[in-house]
Design a protein around this ligand. Sequence first.
Ligand code: FEO
Length: 171
Amino acid sequence: MLSKKIEKALNEQINKEMYSAYLYMSMSSYSTNNGLPGFANWFMVQYKEEMEHAMKIYDYVHSQGGKVKLMAITEPISDFKDPMDMFQRTLKHEQFVTKCINELVDLSIKEKDHATQIFLQWFVTEQIEEEGNDNDIISKLELAGTKGNGLFMVDKELSMRVYNPPLKEKN
Ligand code: FEO
């Protein structure tokens, strides 16, 4: 069973994950419009992962007998300076999400909600990976540059990213 405070905070996190999906969909669209199919692929995979994060919380709230309350999703930015700008914004956004997850964990400890605390551990680990990926791509862009051959090479590498659906969806 979820306390009202935890239920509200989890619903807010569903909204933040949906916003993240929307933001990365916007970046994917910008990449397509600017001749960067690899970046478009990377951000579309990220979009799918964010939807998966939202659904994980959605399912968890239901599993605990809670009520999901969907809220309006804020319009994301749709114009960017260049690919570096997109990844700097991505990293900044993921640092914000990490902060939100940490605050949720703090709240679950305060509310003595051990189930939610355990549930959130997956997200704590996921955020390490997400920030790591963004830092990695920013370093590559710093080395390769955001124009010409260097950018072409990074775009090619990002085209290799594949979305791996959760196991239950694979069956
Ligand atoms: Fe769902 Fe990118 O954090």
